[in-house]
Structure formats: structure tokens, C-alpha cells
Design a protein around this ligand. Structure first.
Ligand code: HEM
Length: 114
């Protein structure tokens, strides 16, 4: 299991390893880069979540199969962006303060009284 920060350090700089995230999976694609039909553009996603970039290119299912060969692990549960069905999780919206409207009304009332 790796954190997003772990992956970010493998960004290929200085000829180092290149890791990418695809749907919460972690991939070490260092050795694949020279073989990539799309060339070095891949490096733009080095150390990052490449899910969007990968999908935008309309890669074939062959590309998805090749990708699976380079899987080295997964993103830690706390940082996962997809649920167990592979669906993108909804962003958790911070719970609103249940007392907010009342305290607002109190201020208006006090203001009027004052
Ligand atoms: C991460 C692992 C990746 C793998 C295993 C992979 C694999 C492949 C493969 C097999 C092809 C040939 C066409 C196909 O079968 O779809 C391809 C083409 C291409 N890929 Fe990737 N790709 C990866 C990541 C990326 C990323 C992150 C980008 C963009 C930033 C990218 C951009 C392209 C482009 C532009 C082509 C088209 C090249 C052309 O037809 O001239 N690829 N890729």
C-alpha cells in the first residue's frame, strides 16, 4: 500500500523511477516508457494520478492489459478515490453546523433588540 505522496516522489526526475496511479492502483512504468507508442507524453503524468490522462487518450484494451503488468500495489484506503465497484467516490462534504441558522437568527434578533 502506498500514499499519494509516496507516488509523487517517483516522478522520474534525475532518471529515477516513474510511478503512476490509475484508479487507486499504483504502477511502476519505468521500464515501459521507452516502448510506449505515445512516447514521452507519459512522463507528464509521472508521480501523479494518470487516470484522466490515460482515459482521455482512448487507449485500447491492449493498453489496459499492458498497464496491469506493471502494477506494484494500491493507494492506502484513506486516500482511495474509487469505491469497491470501481465507481468514483463522491467527495465528502464537511458536515454543516446544525446550529448555524439559529445562531444567525440570534444575531439578527439581538441586533434588532439592541
Ligand atoms: C500508464 C501506462 C500507459 C500504458 C500502458 C500505455 C499504453 C499505450 C499503448 C499500448 C498505446 C498504443 C495504442 C493503444 O493500444 O491504445 C498507447 C498510445 C498512446 N498513449 Fe499511452 N499508455 C500509458 C499512459 C499514457 C499516458 C499517461 C498518456 C498521456 C499523457 C498516454 C498517451 C498516449 C498517446 C497520445 C498515444 C497515441 C500514440 C499514437 O497513436 O500516435 N499514454 N499507449
Amino acid at each position: 500500500m502506498y500514499t499519494i505522496a509516496d507516488v509523487a516522489t517517483r516522478n522520474g526526475r534525475g532518471g529515477g523511477p516513474v510511478w503512476m496511479i490509475y484508479k487507486d492502483g499504483v504502477y511502476d512504468v519505468t521500464s515501459y516508457i521507452p516502448q510506449h507508442p505515445g512516447g514521452d507524453v507519459m512522463l507528464e503524468e509521472a508521480g501523479k494520478d494518470a487516470t484522466k490522462a490515460f482515459n482521455e487518450v482512448d487507449h485500447t484494451s491492449d493498453a489496459a492489459k499492458i498497464l496491469e503488468k506493471y502494477k506494484i500495489g494500491e493507494i492506502v484506503d484513506e486516500e482511495k478515490k474509487y469505491d469497491e465497484n470501481g465507481k468514483k467516490k463522491k467527495r465528502v462534504v464537511a458536515a454543516t453546523d446544525g446550529n448555524a441558522p439559529r445562531s444567525c437568527m440570534n444575531r439578527i434578533t439581538c441586533g434588532l433588540l439592541g
